[in-house]
Every structure is written in C-alpha cells, then in structure tokens.
Design a protein around this ligand. Structure first.
Ligand code: GAR
Length: 207
C-alpha cells in the first residue's frame, strides 16, 4: 500500500522538490499528503501551494510551550493519517515525545558524512576542519542531534578552492539522488532497523 508522507521543511525546498519529482516519476510508492513548515515565507511553503498539497505553518513560537506545540503537530499528522515523516531542510530539533510516537518513521537528510559535523552549517564545519571528503547522509531520526541509524550516504570530494557555496552545491546534487532512493526503500518496507544499524538488503560492493 502506498505510504502517506508528511514533508517538513524550513527553507528553499530543493530536497522536497526532488522527493516530489521522484513520486511523480513513480520511483517512490508514496504520496506527500501534508507539508509542515515553521517558516511562512519559506520556499517549501510556496512549492507546496503550487503542488496543491495542504500546507500548515506550525511555528513553535506561536504555541505556549513545547508540549502544546508537539500536540499540535501530532494532531495534524493523525488528521492526515501519516505513515512517514520526511525532514527536508527542517532546521529544528523535534521534541523527544514526538520522536517516540513516530520512531522508525522519521527520515532526515543531513549535509555531511555522519557522525561527522552534526548540527548547523555542516558544510562550513567540513571546510574549517580541512577534510578531503565529505558528503551527505539519510538517517532515521532519534532523540539526539543527527544521531539516528544511518540509511544511506554519498561521498563528495572537497577541493582546496571550495567555498561553502561550491561545496554545498556539490553535496546537494548527491542529496537529491540519495534521499529519493532512501525514501523509495522506506515506502517499500525494505529498511530494517537492527540496533543502531539499518539493513537494506543491498550489499555494498566488496573489493
Ligand atoms: C540541505 O542541504 C539539507 O541537507 C540541510 O539543509 C539544506 C536544505 O536545502 N539540512 C540540514 O542542515 C539539517 N540539519 P533544501 O531546503 O533546498 O532542501
């Protein structure tokens, strides 16, 4: 059965768009039934309207406390009978009580090879550290910051003349490839969480 997906975003929405296109091309057996953003002026909100998908702006500062905010999001997800949540440039930590309800059903894309460079500005962190390779990671969300079980990763080189912008663009290209792939596996029920690992049934190439 096709999965009912909620897309969470705070920004431009390019990953959201990559997911939307993959659904249109039948590469994901699921549908985005709801978009939640904390930023009314964000690109993902605009895109949601243009795709004629219900958009809800849920800004935590409009709620009295974390509990009320959490319940508002849970109520929406229940109303739309959501099976999976895709964080695509969503720049807030989800409250632990929220994560507990949807454990194993929340996916995130992060612009580094986790566990390196968690949190904000991962691309800048990579440049400052001077790593020669970085990349992106799709993972399940747990209560920690970018700590949940890893589903997929892609590696990109870091060049000596890179800026945050050039590096981010190179990483983003890979994000748009691996996130739809991972969501496709999730919708096919092909991801098995075993402890801290995710098994996909796909063997990495052995050399
Ligand atoms: C992407 O690079 C994504 O990996 C990153 O924000 C960007 C959103 O772009 N997410 C994080 O840093 C989460 N901690 P988009 O709005 O165009 O998809």
């Amino acid at each position: 059965m096709r999965k009912r997906l909620a897309l969470f975003g705070s920004g431009r929405g390019s990953n959201g768009e990559a997911l939307y296109r993959a659904i249109q091309h039948n590469r994901i057996q699921g549908d985005i039934v709801l978009i939640i953003s904390d930023i009314p002026s964000s690109g993902i909100v605009e895109k949601g309207y243009s795709w004629q998908i219900p958009v809800h702006v849920v800004d935590p500062t409009n709620y009295g406390n974390e509990e009320v905010w959490t319940q508002a999001m849970l109520d929406l997800l229940e109303d739309y009978k959501v099976d999976g949540i895709l964080l695509a440039g969503y720049m807030r930590m989800l409250p632990p009580t929220f994560v507990q309800v949807y454990r194993g059903k929340i996916l995130n894309i992060h612009p580094s090879l986790l566990p390196a460079f968690v949190g904000l500005q991962a691309q800048k962190q990579a440049l400052v550290k001077g790593v020669k390779y970085t990349g992106c990671t799709v993972h399940f969300v747990d209560e920690g910051m970018d700590t949940g079980p890893i589903i997929a990763q892609a590696v990109v080189p870091v060049y000596e003349d890179d800026t945050v912008d050039t590096l981010s663009t190179r990483i983003l290209h890979e994000e748009h490839r691996i996130y739809p792939e991972a969501v496709g596996l999730f919708c096919d029920d092909a991801l098995e969480i075993v402890g801290t690992r995710v098994l996909t049934g796909k063997q990495a190439v052995r050399k």
